[in-house]
Design a protein around this ligand. Structure first.
Ligand SMILES: Nc1ncnc2c1ncn2[C@@H]1O[C@H](COP(=O)(O)OS(=O)(=O)O)[C@@H](OP(=O)(O)O)[C@H]1O
Ligand SMILES: Nc1ncnc2c1ncn2[C@@H]1O[C@H](COP(=O)(O)OP(=O)(O)O)[C@@H](O)[C@H]1O
Length: 138
């Protein structure tokens, strides 16, 4: 009989705690930039992370979803499920999505053990994001 490996076994091997760092904020607020910098810093410290960026995920897993409210809800639900799997694998999963609805972020948090979902809000004024707008959304 094979004894299944569990999260603590993987964490011990990787010498890190599997968790989700969820970065929320407006388009242009700097979510992807912070995710990239954080991932680099962790790598330099010998910690494995993986970025789930809304912009990218919407080209693959979630390419069937639009930006209407119900599709954003489904977008966050799916990414939350994937992030949970990454965390369970022992990875530090950095998810960066607009994720505008508090209820959806709370549902993602509820999928994980207490303390394993860290939410970061990019508190950048709308006018600053509009001024950046590198993707021409305004
Ligand atoms: N109409 C509209 N509204 C919002 N965003 C738009 C839209 N059209 C395209 N994009 C691009 O899609 C990226 C946001 O996707 P997310 O999955 O993070 O959005 S959400 O969480 O479901 O609200 C977002 O990426 P970021 O700029 O990195 O936030 C945009 O580049
Ligand atoms: N702290 C910052 N100060 C000035 N410009 C920034 C800062 N953070 C990000 N940017 C720039 O703003 C734009 C949007 O950043 P990005 O990380 O793609 O945001 P988001 O992922 O939230 O859409 C990019 O051109 C990026 O270089």
């Amino acid at each position: 009989m094979c004894a299944p490996l569990k999260k603590p076994d993987r964490q011990k091997l990787l010498q890190q705690r599997g968790c989700v760092i969820w970065i929320t904020g407006l388009s242009g607020s700097g979510k992807s930039s912070v995710a990239c910098a954080l991932s680099q810093m962790l790598y330099q410290r010998g910690k494995l992370s993986y970025i789930l960026d809304g912009d990218n995920v919407r080209h693959g897993l979630n390419r069937d979803l639009s930006f209407k409210a119900e599709d954003r809800v489904e977008n966050i639900r799916r990414v939350g499920e994937v992030a949970k799997l990454f965390a369970d694998s022992g990875f530090i999963c950095i998810a960066c999505l607009i994720s505008p609805y508090k209820r959806d972020r709370a549902a993602c948090r509820a999928m994980l053990p207490t303390g394993d979902f860290i939410e970061v809000f990019m508190d950048v004024p709308l006018r600053v994001c509009e001024g950046r707008d590198p993707k021409g959304l305004v």
